[in-house]
Design a protein around this ligand. Structure first.
Ligand code: AMP
Ligand code: MG
Length: 354
């Protein structure tokens, strides 16, 4: 199949280009769209044949459910039931934005969307193109990240084209995604609210609305355990580049020493290329890595850059990627969650600095 590239500037949206994308969706096609988190692979959430194509194009396991994207609060009831009052407070504060809420599903919701679960995940994206497309087409969009299943999520149009060219009907090519990391997934379907996947809306922010908020134990635990995670996406090795990844986490000085020693050891074992993703303070200091890239000046910048950095180091032919990580607070929890999975739980914890 030839994939159509539809260029749209998010600062000056061309409505005729939106109409082209809407028409493809109406006819049951797949369109990759920019959102503020990552690029999504969108299909009509009410069209069974279109939904099946998403799983095929991504190679996504069929029990990993999709998030439904809406542009208007009125669309919530089409999919969700028994919506708790707090959900409306959260929607008022965080929608449109990078928060996904999980509710009990309406009986009519397609099983392909929910992966057979009795709950459904809903988000109202903030990105002007995503919103305009849903509003214009009047189609709620089921959309997972627009990458091949298991690989780093796409945060630029080029990432999407690299993964999906020839497999989907169209890509809306626009600016890079602002947040760069997928939405926070908050389960409100049970008695105790729980974060199933951390994101840019943080635990600390949600705690103000949900004093009994918990963090699902699979968030920082990649090891396969006997009890199935509530969010099926947490089962799979995920976000992984081709290179083998090690995360080194702890105080900055101790992290520096541990990463440097690891570079020396890996190079002494066999010829290999090592890329280090470091905080900007260490950028000039490593002598034993082949490529050193700064993750940015803050955890927000790190989140924005993370998936691009993993893809870039793959493109540069690195055998090993070593990643410095300091805090797992705020958006740091989301970084730790993604990076532990990218590393297949290959994480070295060193002491905090004195
Ligand atoms: P993606 O859209 O690729 O970012 O993946 C969507 C994430 O939301 C995956 O981790 C899913 O497992 C999770 N998800 C979607 N629907 C549900 C649900 N009903 N219950 C739990 N997790 C869900
Ligand atoms: Mg994904």
């Amino acid at each position: 199949m030839k994939t159509k590239i539809i260029k749209i500037n998010s600062d000056n949206i061309d409505s005729s280009a939106i109409a082209v994308a809407a028409d493809i969706l109406k006819r049951g096609g797949l369109v990759a769209i920019p959102t503020e988190t990552v690029y999504g692979l969108a299909a009509d959430a009410l069209n069974t044949a279109a939904l099946s194509k998403i799983y095929l194009a991504k190679g996504r396991p069929s029990d990993n459910p999709l998030i439904v994207h809406i542009s208007d609060l009125d669309q919530l009831n089409i999919f969700a039931k028994d919506i708790p009052d707090v959900a409306y407070k959260l929607a008022k504060r965080f929608w449109p934005g990078p928060l996904t809420m999980i509710f009990k599903k309406q009986p009519s919701v397609n099983n392909i969307v929910t992966g057979g679960l009795n709950t459904v995940a809903i988000r109202m994206p903030a990105h002007p193109i995503a919103r305009e497309l849903i509003r214009f087409s009047q189609i709620p969009l089921a959309a997972p990240s627009a990458n091949i299943s298991g690989s780093p999520s796409p945060t630029t149009a080029r990432h999407v084209i690299n993964d999906m060219n020839g497999k989907i009907d169209a890509v809306i090519a626009s600016q890079d995604c602002e947040v760069g990391i997928e939405s926070t997934v908050l389960d409100l379907s049970g008695t105790v609210p729980s974060i199933l996947r951390p994101g840019a809306v943080t635990y600390e922010q949600l705690l103000e609305f949900l004093p009994n908020l918990t963090i699902d134990k699979h968030v920082l635990n990649v090891a396969v355990s006997s009890d199935a995670p509530k969010s099926p996406g947490m089962k799979y090795k995920h976000y992984a580049p081709k290179a083998s990844v090690t995360v080194v986490q702890g105080g900055k000085d101790n992290v520096f020493a541990a990463v440097d020693n690891l570079c020396i050891r890996l190079h002494s074992e066999k010829p290999c290329k090592i890329g280090v993703i470091t905080c900007y303070e260490h950028e000039k200091q490593y002598k034993n890595a082949d490529i050193i890239i700064s993750s940015g000046r803050s955890l927000d910048e790190f989140a924005h850059n993370m998936f691009t950095l993993l893809r870039t180091l793959d493109e540069k032919g690195m055998d090993n990627i070593i990643i410095e990580l300091s805090s797992a607070e705020g958006i740091g929890l989301a970084l730790a969650n993604r990076l532990y999975r990218a590393a297949g739980n290959n994480v070295i914890h060193v002491q905090e600095d004195n």
